[in-house]
Design a protein around this ligand. Structure first.
Ligand code: NAD
Length: 321
């Protein structure tokens, strides 16, 4: 696929972050887009932004859909076929995702299962719904977003990340397994798996909203104490902090995740689209993702030995400077 001009793309999670930027960049490159999100207002805003810069003949529609609910995914599919008067789609970006479900041992089971449902079943239901439509295209590509947590199941010391990592490993495994299945059964369709490192988005805030958790300003005293323990484990100076200071630290963490990332959402979307156009099946997004991938492959036994991993990374960066 040399160009996206004249194609129809589906983007899930188009209301924010990388999904929003994918919609905008695809439309700007002459591709019609049907975008969905849990947050219907946010995805409508994305569609309005994309329409403002779209070339003639490009149509951008926005739809409400919770990808973890198969009936909603099927309704989204039917709506977009109606809206775009089509019988196939050319590209599907299964991008919607949330964090959460950190500890299997001490976390809430409902949160674990909700995170897993969005990040795994969402990708699965979209593949079920849209693969027949990609097969009906002469030149279809399924693009599933995993993460560096799809090959490295941790966020670092003191930060368990079990539901998210389990789902993202599943997305990576499923996408890789589809490579041969497609070669055998639908050789004109491709699959790519996207593995971003740290990308500056509002995923921290959006995750809390999607899980029905209160923002820092509405946390109870008990929740703030749990947050204090988690902050201390991450090395933040939260021991003697007042409740107001704790709330402020939590707001700052979410802002820093977005504002101090090595890559912006727009830059990440460009990397993803370049990767899809080039025919790559594995798309690592960001130098941090590339370096982690290399380290884990070089010495798999050291993957969770953070001191050793840090030493290897320092050596590597010493060799390249
Ligand atoms: N930001 C990062 O550093 C990073 C790193 C690795 C992987 N990822 C993955 O990239 C993808 C995009 O993340 P982002 O950082 O742009 O996040 P984001 O929060 O900015 O955007 C994700 C969008 O998905 C939507 N969404 C959440 N649950 C949904 C559901 N059930 N149905 C439909 N839409 C839903 C959210 O409302 C939001 O608009 C996710 O799959 C995420 O796991 C992100």
């Amino acid at each position: 696929m040399d160009s996206f001009r004249g194609k129809l793309a589906v983007v899930t999670g188009g209301g924010s972050g990388m999904g929003r930027e994918l919609v905008r960049q695809l439309a700007a490159q002459g591709c019609s887009v049907a975008a969905c999100d849990l947050n219907v207002q946010a995805v409508a805003e994305t569609a309005a932004m994309a329409r403002a810069g779209e070339p003639d003949g490009v149509q951008v529609t926005s739809h409400a859909c919770d990808v973890s609910d198969e009936a909603q995914v099927l309704r989204f599919r039917d709506e977009l076929l109606d809206g775009h008067a089509g019988d196939h789609v050319d590209l599907v970006f299964s991008n919607a995702g949330i964090g959460g479900g950190g500890s299997f041992i001490s976390g809430r089971r409902e949160e674990w299962e909700r995170t897993f449902a969005v990040d795994w079943w969402g990708v699965y239901y979209c593949a079920r719904a849209f693969l027949p439509l990609l097969i009906a295209s002469g030149d279809g590509v399924l693009v599933n977003t995993s993460s560096v947590n799809g090959f490295w199941a941790s966020l670092g010391p003191g930060m368990p990340n079990t539901a998210y990592s389990t789902a993202k490993f599943a997305v990576k495994g499923f996408s890789e397994a589809l490579i041969e299945d497609l070669r055998v059964n639908a050789p004109h369709v491709r699959v790519a798996v996207v593995m971003p490192g740290h990308v500056g988005t509002d995923i921290v805030v959006n995750t809390r909203r999607a899980l029905g958790l209160p923002g820092p300003e509405r946390l109870s005293d008990a929740e703030l104490e749990a947050a204090r323990t988690a902050l201390i484990r991450r090395g933040a100076p939260a021991e003697g902090a007042s409740t107001d200071e704790l709330r402020q630290m939590l707001v700052q963490l979410a802002n820093d995740f977005r504002d101090k990332a090595p890559l912006s959402a727009a830059e990440a979307a460009t990397v993803i689209l370049d990767g899809v156009r080039s025919g790559a099946w594995r798309i690592l997004v960001g130098e941090d993702a590339k370096s982690l991938d290399a380290l884990v492959r070089e010495k798999p036994d050291a993957a969770y030995d953070y001191a050793e991993l840090g030493r290897m990374a320092a050596e590597d960066s010493g060799n390249t400077t």
